[in-house]
Design a protein around this ligand. Structure first.
Ligand code: XIL
Length: 357
């Protein structure tokens, strides 16, 4: 229960007075949380506030052990044209992480989303394999030894239909068939044999009748990949939790225990709680958000020690949630650990509890 949360040592004044700059992350982190973490905490980083907002950078330095580019490693950021590779954003994020004793995660090499228009012209198996392989070689190759964990394939399962949903349509499936996932992981393995290669997906946790089917297909895919000797090391549960549903704690526990029994690591990669359908009053909403995350993380952490707990953003000021999930009452969304003024919310205390318990 939430009553098991630890009291937070952080005060508003402590954040305000936090030393950054020369003293860097250590002093900032010490002010935010002096406890030892057994599970690292991470957040996705957005390039725009990273460049223009001191408080944003301070929050990342203070709270995070790891960052994930929110954009910057997407095809449409890296490859505006077929023969062009633009690494400025990702390089800058890596430099920020490096300078502040954080690591950077690779998100993502193969995904149906965030594709530049020119990729629609890719046609036939040979061309698709060549384009995918070149991409993985150039991008992973550039960050070999620096980005140590990659979401190689993102959101492979099609949850829109079927009792046991199949693979989601994308240009790779269309041109290469099911083996596109094998090809991606094998290419990634060749480029950086030391990297941890992760399959990442969402929609696995809600007690909504859909998630069990998705878990079933996801597990089938994972087992098939392992049976074929595909170099898959870890599974990412994004955790874009729909606040209106309870968490299927037993379902999540059993799923994660099964992944563990297959010898794979588990990563919480994109946690946030979508509060579109939750009550308006802030205290109530924040409590439900925290409770959902608690149930989700407790189910996972009972089955395994996840490699990371990462949220999809750190502050309600910068979140993707309103793009698709604006509230009907016009109130701003509150899906993340810090509010829009960088004050920690109950969700932060839940995350802190699991990372340091
Ligand atoms: C979202 C970003 O937050 C947006 O800024 C971007 O426009 C689209 O992608 N699952 C994922 C993430 O794996 O990459 C998505 O991030 C959210 C859903």
């Amino acid at each position: 229960m939430l009553s098991r949360r630890r009291a937070l040592s952080l005060t508003a004044t402590a954040i305000g007075a936090m030393a950054v700059g020369a003293a860097g992350r250590t002093a900032a982190r010490a002010a935010a949380d002096s406890r030892i973490r057994h599970i690292p905490y991470g957040a996705c980083v957005n390039y725009v506030p990273l460049n223009r907002e001191f408080e944003y950078r301070t929050a990342l330095k203070s709270y995070c052990d790891q960052l994930t580019p929110e954009g910057g490693l997407f095809w449409f950021d890296l490859r505006p044209a077929r023969d062009q590779f633009k690494f400025e954003m990702a390089d800058a994020m890596l430099a920020f992480a490096d300078a502040n004793e954080m690591t950077l995660r690779g998100h993502t090499l193969v995904w149906y989303g965030a594709m530049p228009d020119w990729t629609k012209a890719i046609s036939g198996a040979a061309e698709a394999e060549r384009e995918m392989t070149t991409h993985i070689e150039r991008v992973m190759g550039r960050y070999r030894g620096k980005i140590k964990t990659w979401h190689v394939v993102n959101e492979a399962i099609d949850d829109s239909k079927g009792d046991v949903p199949g693979l989601r349509p994308n240009i790779w499936l269309q041109n290469l068939g099911d083996k596109y996932i094998d090809l991606a992981f094998r290419a990634a393995r060749r480029v950086d044999p030391a990297a941890e290669l992760v399959l990442n997906d969402y929609g696995l946790e809600a007690a909504d009748g859909v998630a069990p089917k998705k878990r079933q297909s996801f597990l089938k895919l994972i087992r098939d990949l392992l049976d074929r000797g595909v170099p898959l090391h870890g599974v990412g549960l994004q955790g874009h939790i729909l606040g209106e549903h309870q968490i299927d704690r037993d379902g999540v526990y059993e799923f994660v225990a099964e992944i563990r029994s297959l010898g794979l690591s588990v990563h919480v990669t994109e946690l946030d709680v979508i509060d579109k359908a939750l009550p308006g009053p802030v205290a109530v909403r924040d409590a439900v958000v925290a409770a959902r995350a608690y149930d989700f993380l407790e189910a996972i952490c009972t089955a395994i020690q996840p490699s990371i707990i990462a949220t999809w953003g750190i502050t309600d000021r910068y979140t993707w949630v309103p793009i698709y999930n604006k509230r009907g009452d016009g109130l701003p969304n509150r899906p993340l650990p810090l509010d829009a003024n960088y004050q920690p919310k109950p969700l932060w205390r839940v995350i802190d509890y699991f990372c340091s318990k």
